[in-house]
Design a protein around this ligand. Sequence first.
Ligand SMILES: Nc1ncnc2c1ncn2[C@@H]1O[C@H](COP(=O)(O)OP(=O)(O)O)[C@@H](O)[C@H]1O
Ligand SMILES: [Mg+2]
Length: 284
Amino acid sequence: MRSFLRSGIKRLVASQRQARPLGDRAAVVIAVAARKGGVGKTTTSVNLAAALARFHARRVLLVDLDPQGHVGASMSAQFHGSAVGLSGVFTEDSDVDVMDTVVPTDAERLHITSGDRTLAAAELALTSRIGKEFVLHEALEVARTHYDVILLDCPPNVGNLTLNALVAADLVLVPCDLSPLAVDGVHALIETVSTISDRLNPKIDLLGIVVTRLDARNTGLNESVLAELRDSYGVLVFDETIGINTDLAKAQRAGKNVFDHAPQSRGAQHHRSLADAVLARLSA
Ligand SMILES: Nc1ncnc2c1ncn2[C@@H]1O[C@H](COP(=O)(O)OP(=O)(O)O)[C@@H](O)[C@H]1O
Ligand SMILES: [Mg+2]
């Protein structure tokens, strides 16, 4: 029997979506995710994005998938004007593409989607949508052609927004502090990624685990948690770690990435080294 869908009706539906100009790049999409709040997901996302743009001339898009809107808050002194909210991407019948929600920042080559508190409602509404896990993947198609790297700063829970990030991502970067239960959180997230790989996104892979908020004074506990992490994940754990550094928190409060706020700080050095290591892994 002739297929009506394949022979035209599908094309008709597609043509109703507004066409957007394509670029000439092919971004790698990295989800920054952890099943825990306060481990440094946003700090890592913002400063890794800034380092890749600043020191490696990459065109970077940082997408804020957390309804708390901490990416925009962390860069509030560095961009002006708000674009269309990202929640429109997830709303059925709206024709919002991720590119419509992008705003440039004062940091050259670094673009962001600023916070959108209605994302929480949009996430709930996704529940009844067919193919709900693939919405972001589709909405990033054009953005992938305009950037070299797209970072997705995820919320701490594995709800529909994080699922969308993991389905859209090529790679996952897992920030992990060294609190006693941190390794359990990493195991749980990696199990989720493995399920996503089996069922929804076979091309997803782990970029690595980055130890964050490392407190040099707390050596005993650090070493035992780090040893457990390395036993379980080996070279997946980056040698480059992010130490506790108040300049990172101050930069966030000042609404700037750390390289524009405290370029000589340890926090800046650590994120620059992490960016070098991430690129080395990407090209390996
Ligand atoms: N390495 C660090 N040194 C000092 N403060 C940090 C560091 N990383 C994160 N913070 C602070 O800890 C809090 C939580 O970090 P954040 O990146 O927002 O975590 P998440 O996105 O995982 O919830 C923020 O106030 C941030 O400024
Ligand atoms: Mg956050």
